[in-house]
Design a binder for this molecule. Sequence first.
Ligand code: FES
Length: 165
Amino acid sequence: MADTQNQLLSKHARQVIDEAIKRYPEGKQRSAVFEALRAAQHENHGYLSVELMDAVADYLKLEPIKVYEVATFYSMFETKPVGRHSISVCTNISCMLRGADEILAHVEKKLGIKLGESTPDGRCYLKREEECLAACAGGPMMMVDHKYYENLTPEKIDRILEALK
Ligand code: FES
């Protein structure tokens, strides 16, 4: 079982995890779970399956629940298949005061999906309304694949979304 699970992690992912483990004291490999999940997700089309989380748990010699806790708590991890491009619109107070609700509505209309959904062609995933992404001075803003886009307007959004392949 353990060998089968470990085969789910690529050689590269295992190297990343081994490097992470080395940064922590002996026996504290649990601290590497974050890096391990990031590596696993990166190689699995942007999401973590239960089997993959179990493989990470097995590799780090942890109870699976310890891995599930991290994967379901942090917003950068996905536990279901999602579109290739991850889009998060900030709707916290500074962005909201500058029209974030209209911006979000425009993104939803443009993509034809609601929050938490992916486009049928697998191109975009409208991840969720984000709490403050620490770019308040540039609100309204959104993050696309970890890149920030600020001072959004409907026209600017159209250009950004149309450029996503
Ligand atoms: S409130 Fe939107 S980035 Fe801070």
